[in-house]
Design a protein around this ligand. Structure first.
Ligand code: ZN
Length: 368
């Protein structure tokens, strides 16, 4: 492969990816993606690869001209047909011999003219993107950024971003470097890693000094005996030998378990709905009723005045669900500073629940 010419840049891309990927302020559960581009080619994170450990040779290589063609191609009206045609074209845009699957957000990476792209879903950023006054707050805090309303991921989102970025360029004469995606996350763009680092730090620092309060997520005391007992019961209910994790902090105790999903990642790793129990409740009855109603077992179980349990078939799966749900709870706290939380619209939640591509990512990422 013609990586040879870009060895230095790909090393810088991998190092940058590892740095942000290992920083929990930016990345959770293998989420987020990065890319580097030359005039002809795009090197983008593969679907299911983790930023924290990605190596220069791990990036999926695509022909940019073939990706560009996708903007003007007429795709089927039907959603399922369209997205499978788009996926097929994306796979066909890979350089010869490339076998890995590129990130589902590949089109967005190709959209930016800048060489280095970082796309992440930090809790503090999503405090803004998942809030009632997010768009207005963004315009005030980051006048050079572009806002993209929540919409279905995949081709429709990519086209919407393209149109908004084109308008920005026509109006300002500049290429957009910051894209805020409602109920999703953020794209940073720069022509060097240094440029990108400055931009990311500036956004994070501005948000940190703007929010009225930071979430209180230090674990607090709990009744170990009761927790162990409930964890054992949940382990049996979730499945033979399921792993169950527990944590509690002031933010969890104050959280409303009926809050709707905030972003795609929250649904992928913690499911669209969570089970809420009172301590005295018949756990088995509530657990079984939840499964009947939703078609899946709860990964997250809130017990009133006690805390939050997370279930998974492996310790990693349970831990990931716990961490991602904790992230959603942090987002709710941050969103207070921007007029309160604004969850995803119901149609989008349903769409993500059924989204094949995301479930692929969840499977691959968790199998590592
Ligand atoms: Zn994303």
């Amino acid at each position: 492969m013609a990586n040879v010419n870009y060895e230095v840049q790909l090393k810088a891309l991998a190092a940058m990816s590892n740095r942000y990927g290992a920083d929990s302020e930016y990345v959770l559960a293998g989420g987020g993606n990065t890319s580097f581009k030359s005039t002809d080619r795009l090197w983008v994170k593969g679907s299911g690869t983790a930023l924290a450990t990605i190596k220069p040779e791990d990036f999926v290589v695509l022909e940019r001209a073939l990706l560009d063609k996708m903007w003007t191609k007429a795709y089927p009206e039907s959603e399922a047909e369209r997205e499978s045609a788009v996926l097929a074209d994306m796979m066909a845009a890979r350089v010869e011999g490339e076998t890995r699957r590129p990130s589902v957000e590949t089109l967005l990476h190709n959209l930016f003219p800048q060489q280095f792209i970082l796309h992440v879903h930090p809790a503090i950023v999503n405090g803004l993107t998942c809030s009632a006054e997010g768009e207005a707050a963004m315009a005030r805090l980051f006048p050079e950024a572009v806002w993209v309303p929540a919409c279905k991921p995949g081709y429709i989102l990519a086209i919407d971003c393209k149109q908004r970025m084109d308008v920005y360029k026509a109006e300002t004469g500049k290429d957009c470097t910051l894209l805020f995606l409602e109920n999703h996350g953020i794209f940073f763009a720069g022509d060097s890693v240094e440029e990108l680092d400055v931009l990311a730090a500036q956004v994070m620092n501005t948000l940190k000094s703007t929010v009225k309060r930071h979430p209180m997520i230090d674990e607090i005391e709990y009744d170990r005996e009761k927790v162990v007992k409930i964890a054992a019961e949940l382990s049996v209910l979730y499945g033979n030998g399921a792993a169950v994790k527990f944590t509690v902090n002031p933010e969890i105790l104050a959280y409303d378990p009926a809050t709707k999903s905030l972003s795609p990642d929250h649904i992928v790793y913690a499911k669209a709905k969570q089970l809420a129990l009172t301590e005295e409740a018949n756990i088995k009855g509530a657990f079984d009723a939840f499964e009947v109603e939703n078609g899946y077992k709860p990964k997250i179980v809130f017990v009133k005045d006690m805390g939050m349990f997370a279930c998974g078939m492996t310790a990693k799966e349970a831990e990931t669900a716990l961490v991602v749900m904790q992230d959603a709870i942090k987002v709710v706290a941050y969103a207070e500073s921007f007029g309160g939380v604004s969850p995803m619209p119901e149609f989008l939640i349903d769409f993500i629940v059924n989204w094949e591509v995301e479930s692929y990512r969840s499977k691959v990422s968790l199998s590592k």
